[in-house]
Design a protein around this ligand. Structure first.
Ligand code: C2E
Ligand code: MG
Ligand code: MG
Length: 336
């Protein structure tokens, strides 16, 4: 293992040197997976399979990484394959459900809307969280179908609420995967759903994670502008974790930044996190954007966030995500 590790590091190092191609400096990174004979397998095919699992794990860890095969990788992949199989057809079998988590005005603590968070009610596993199945849906391409279902459901909910004076001002935010953005036809998908349900577009907000936008921001400027023209609102989710190219923030023309939970969680105790939240809020103010803090769990946090000038609040302190009926009952109580 010692010498394999030395060779792998050596390979990574030489790959990392810039290459000249037609006068341009190219930087290439590599991911290396290692399987060892005889402990990981005794045939070429078997070793190759284990090494592929290891390289997949190296890629998942980011670029420029080396991973040695271990048995857990096999189990994890097996689990993923089982879930991926079940995921096919889960839309048709009606196994998904929209949960809603309230978003409140930070000052008045009145509910102003909700975030739609999908749940998979698996026939034998029970509730599977999106943190588990969304990455699989992204890898298999099923996210397009699942994401389309979420868009359709939320438009239907908004249209239902339009007839109810207690609910017709509430906004609904949905999470959009990088894969949905990358296809470039999201504006058409949305336009169709909005028209079909007769939904007022400015009540629908699209949350796109910061990490989905940072790699090729230029290609998103156009799409985001087309989405804006539809009249829907745009928010950057998990803001603060992805080293955004700040010059793009203005060109993206988003309405809102959602401050990542990791900065909010122990805000009152951690001056570094408070400084980050303050910087995000100040930048948002100067760009004319709203801010939402998510992941508020403790009673001291809203006070600290108000002092920093944050606009909206979301977190278990107010309510966890809940089925649509429960949200409506909850909001009726909160709005009364
Ligand atoms: P997100 O969009 O950042 O959503 C916030 C997550 O934090 C949700 O987890 C929510 O339940 C959780 N959360 C809310 N308040 C608190 C709190 O006070 N403390 C803690 N510890 N957690 C809190 P959830 O529902 O498991 O969703 C996880 C992620 O899955 C979401 O992160 C989002 O990126 C993704 N996701 C959820 N639904 C969809 C969907 O319909 N489409 C896509 N593409 N992604 C989705
Ligand atoms: Mg979100
Ligand atoms: Mg988030």
């Amino acid at each position: 293992m010692g010498s394999a590790s030395v060779i792998a590091s050596e390979l990574l190092r030489s790959m990392a040197r810039p290459y000249q191609l037609a006068g341009i400096d190219l930087n290439i990174t590599a991911s290396i997976g290692v399987a060892l004979y005889p402990s990981d397998g005794d045939s070429f095919e078997h070793l190759l399979k284990q090494a592929s699992l290891a390289v997949k794990s190296a890629k998942d860890a980011g670029q420029n990484a080396i991973r040695f095969f271990d048995r857990a990788m096999d189990g994890q992949l097996h689990e993923e394959i089982l879930l991926a199989n079940d995921l096919h057809g889960a839309v048709l079998r009606n196994e998904f459900e929209i949960y809603l988590q309230p978003i409140l005005d930070m000052r008045t603590e009145r509910v102003i809307g909700a975030e739609a968070l999908i749940r998979w009610i698996h026939p034998t596993r029970g509730v599977v969280s999106p943190g588990i199945f969304i990455p699989i849906a992204e890898k298999t391409g099923l996210i397009i179908e699942i994401g389309g279902w979420v868009i359709d459901q939320t438009c239907a909910i908004l249209t239902r609420w339009a007839g109810d004076p207690g609910f017709n001002q509430l906004t609904l935010a949905i999470n959009i995967s990088a894969k949905q953005v990358g296809r470039g036809d999201l504006d058409h998908v949305l336009a169709r759903a909005l028209a079909e349900h007769g939904t007022q577009p400015n009540l629908l907000e699209l949350e796109i994670t910061e990490s989905a936008l940072i790699n090729e921001p230029e290609q998103f400027v156009d799409l985001l502008a087309r989405l804006r023209r539809l009249g829907v609102r745009l928010a950057i989710d998990d803001f603060g974790t992805g080293y955004s190219n700040l010059t793009y923030l203005q060109r993206f023309m988003v309405d809102k930044l959602k401050v990542d939970q990791s900065f909010v969680r122990d805000l009152a105790l951690n001056p570094q996190n408070a400084a980050i939240v303050q910087a995000v809020v100040q930048m948002a103010v100067s760009l004319g954007l709203k801010t939402t803090a998510e992941g508020i769990e403790t009673t001291e946090t809203p006070q600290a966030l108000r002092a920093l000038g944050c606009d909206q609040a979301q977190g278990y302190l107010f309510s966890p995500p809940m089925p649509v009926d429960s949200f409506q009952a909850w909001a009726q109580g909160a709005l009364a």
